[in-house]
Ligand binder design. Structure first.
Ligand code: GAR
Length: 204
C-alpha cells in the first residue's frame, strides 16, 4: 500500500516538524510519508531540520505574491507538484482561505497550543497563546490537534492533551512544557490517524 504523501507547512523553529520526522523513524507514523516541507519564511530553522533528514523543501514568500489568493495558489502548485494528499500545519503562522481549505477538505490538520475552545482563533498564535493563558490564570492548559476549516482553529477536534500550569511559569516555560508533554506527542498520533483514514478511503 502506497503511503499517504504528506506536506508539512511551517514558519519557524520546527520542533513539531522534528517530532513528525522522528515519528516516521520510530514507526509511530507508518501510513504516511513527509514528501515536502514548505515554509513562508526563508529563515525558518524548520527548513534546516527537513534538509538534515533529506526531505525536500520549498519557500513561498507572501511579499513576492500579488495577494492572498496568489500566495495560496503558489502553495497549491507546489503541493500538486509533489502529489500531496494530506497537509500538516506545524507552527504555520498564516491563516489559509476558504478556497484552499476546500481543496483539501478533511485533509489538513493543525496543532494549536491550548485546549480549544480556550485561547484560540485569530490573533492567538505562538507565545501569545501562553501569555493569554497565564494572564487569565488557568491552572490547566494543553494542546489540540484539529482539522482545518474556514474558521481559524474552528475545525473538528482530533486529539487533545492537558498540561498543568505551574507556579512561576513564564510564557516561555509554559510553551516548552506544552510542547514536550502534549504537542510533540499528539501531533504524530493524529497524523497517523488521519493518514490511515485516507488510505482506508482509497480502497473503498
Ligand atoms: C507551536 O507551539 C504550535 O502549536 C504553535 O506555534 C508553535 C510552533 O513551534 N502554533 C500556533 O500557535 C498556531 N496557531 P515549532 O515551530 O517549534 O513547531
Amino acid at each position: 500500500m502506497d503511503k499517504v504523501r504528506i506536506a508539512v507547512l511551517v514558519s519557524g523553529g520546527g520542533t513539531n516538524l522534528q517530532a513528525l520526522l522522528d515519528a516516521q523513524e520510530t514507526g509511530i507514523i507508518k501510513s504516511g510519508k513527509i514528501v515536502l516541507v514548505l515554509s513562508d519564511n526563508e529563515n525558518a530553522y524548520a527548513l534546516k531540520r527537513a534538509k538534515i533528514k533529506g526531505v525536500d523543501t520549498a519557500v513561498v514568500l507572501k511579499k513576492n505574491c500579488a495577494d492572498k489568493a496568489d500566495f495560496e495558489m503558489k502553495i497549491s502548485e507546489k503541493l500538486r507538484e509533489y502529489g500531496v494528499e494530506m497537509i500538516i500545519l506545524a507552527g504555520f503562522m498564516k491563516i489559509l482561505g476558504e478556497n484552499f481549505v476546500d481543496e483539501y477538505k478533511n485533509r489538513i490538520i493543525n496543532v494549536h497550543p491550548s485546549l480549544i475552545p480556550s485561547f484560540c482563533g485569530a490573533g492567538y498564535y505562538g507565545l501569545k497563546v501562553h501569555e493569554a493563558a497565564l494572564a487569565y490564570g488557568v491552572k490547566v492548559t494543553g494542546a489540540t490537534v484539529h482539522y482545518v476549516n474556514e474558521v481559524p482553529d474552528g475545525g473538528r477536534i482530533i486529539l487533545q492533551k492537558a498540561v498543568d500550569v505551574c507556579e512561576g511559569d513564564t510564557p516561555e516555560t509554559l510553551q516548552r512544557r506544552v510542547m514536550e508533554q502534549a504537542e510533540w506527542i499528539i501531533l504524530p498520533m493524529a497524523a497517523e490517524t488521519v493518514a490511515k483514514r485516507i488510505i482506508g478511503e482509497r480502497t473503498v
